[in-house]
Design a protein around this ligand. Structure first.
Ligand code: A3P
Length: 321
């Protein structure tokens, strides 16, 4: 896998050298490709967007979960994995469920990280549907996904919580030699749209627009709504994905069981120790898991600035958070 990564990184070196650059949050730089900022030489990076374009083959039965980093990707992965696979683990009330001993990121991969494998697990995946996540903006998705007509779920989260969450995440994952990122510096970058797979607003809008045009293909959800009433969203997700709960399941409390299994309390306990990969501790994906933590970090001036940008960029869109 390391050799594959090196080969892919080298292949695109010349193209990356021509791209506009900005200061990175975790890695040193971010590069602008097709209107969005990406890291380089990482699993989720500008090189992987290019490699996915060149090699990834979607199937019409695939399901894709798209998010900006820190919008609740880990939670959505857990919920969708649990809903779609519930009959595989339901005996003994889920006591052998992978989510009870493994990170959701190990249960449902990003297409970006799969392209590095010699034999990508997805090529011979006997399961249908295949489940994938991605941070790639809609406008940079490979044709193969766009043309396959498969279903997608987009999860957005209010920009202030995404920013605060990203700030803490970046400081956990940054090379120690770079020192910590200052809050004000992070705020300036975020407001300019500079964050991995940002600008925040453009990413959300790109998926929101298509979800309006093709509501049966893209389900647009918000973290903030999902926190208020998770059970209703589990049911919505299950219907959209083609795995509706039967009446018997509902009476048996199957929805509540999935809500509990995927709750912040449960997942953060399971992922207290160990690493997802070298340099990425499992617990980096579980911090507060609440709505509105931004109010403990942003000054009122910062909050107003972000409100104003959001108002301008989302003008006329009905996005609830
Ligand atoms: P906070 O940093 O605000 O706590 P992502 O998964 O896209 O990287 O997003 C991470 C954010 O989702 C973090 O937000 C994390 O705590 C929160 N999160 C992780 N698991 C969750 C869960 N099961 N329920 C609700 N929020 C969760």
């Amino acid at each position: 896998e390391k050799t594959n990564m090196a080969l892919i990184f080298n292949k695109y070196n010349d193209r990356i050298a021509t791209l506009p650059k900005e200061k990175g949050w975790i890695t040193e730089n971010l590069y602008m490709y097709q209107g969005f900022w990406h890291q380089s030489k990482r699993r989720i990076s500008v090189e992987t967007v290019m490699a996915v374009h060149d090699t990834f083959k979607a199937r019409p039965t695939d399901i894709y979960l798209a998010t900006l980093p820190k919008s609740g990707t880990t939670w959505l992965k857990a919920l969708v994995f649990a809903i779609v696979n519930r009959n595989r683990y339901k005996h003994n009330s889920f006591s052998t469920h992978p989510l009870l001993n493994s990170n959701p990121h190990n249960c449902l991969p990003f297409i970006e990280t799969e392209v590095f494998r010699n034999t990508p697990t997805y090529e011979n995946d006997p399961h249908s549907p295949r489940l994938f996540a991605t941070h790639i903006p809609y406008t940079s998705l490979p044709r193969s996904i766009l043309d396959s007509g498969c279903r997608m779920v987009y999860l957005c989260r209010n920009p202030k919580d995404v920013f605060v969450s990203m700030f803490h995440f970046a400081n956990k994952l940054r090379d120690k030699s770079r020192g910590s990122m200052r809050f004000v510096e992070a705020f300036e970058l975020f407001s300019k749209g500079v964050m991995p797979t940002g600008p925040y607003w453009d990413h959300v809008k790109s998926y929101h627009n298509v979800s309006l045009e093709h509501p049966t293909k893209i389900l647009f959800l918000s973290y903030d709504d999902m926190k208020i009433d998770t059970a209703t969203h589990v049911k919505r997700l299950s219907m959209f994905l083609g795995y509706p709960f039967t009446e018997a399941e509902e009476t048996d409390g199957a929805v509540q069981e999935i809500v509990r299994l995927c709750s912040f309390e449960n997942l953060s306990k399971v992922n207290k120790h160990g690493n997802l990969r070298e340099g990425i501790p499992n617990d980096a994906f579980f911090r507060e898991g609440t709505v509105g933590d931004w109010s403990n970090h942003l000054t009122s001036e910062m909050s107003e600035i972000l409100d104003q940008i959001t108002e301008e960029k989302f003008h006329g869109l009905h996005i609830s958070f």
